[in-house]
Design a protein. Structure first.
Length: 87
């Protein structure tokens, strides 16, 4: 469990560092990269992905799969979320 937690933490830290470097190069780009956090559709799809993978993973690999499912849900939400407001 500790190795899994550390690996997931390293991946999340790498995403944050990537955002910080992009923000230094082009101010405002970090806000655009993380705009999916305010998108309800992205949250719904990401949460659905995390739940499905979490249930399947828990049944096959045990509780450590829940961390990977949460990370996968975050990544799916970031891909789905465009950051644009639809009027």
């Amino acid at each position: 469990m500790a190795v899994t937690l550390l690996t997931v933490a390293i991946i999340v830290a790498a995403l944050v560092v990537r955002t910080a470097v992009a923000e230094l190069r082009a101010p405002g780009s970090g806000r655009r990269q993380w705009a999916f956090l305010t998108d309800r559709r992205a949250w719904a799809i990401g949460a659905g992905t995390a739940v499905v993978l979490g249930v399947f993973g828990w049944a096959t690999a045990g509780p450590t799969a829940a961390l990977w499912a949460a990370l996968a849900g975050l990544l799916v939400a970031s891909l789905v979320g465009t950051g644009e407001k639809n009027d």
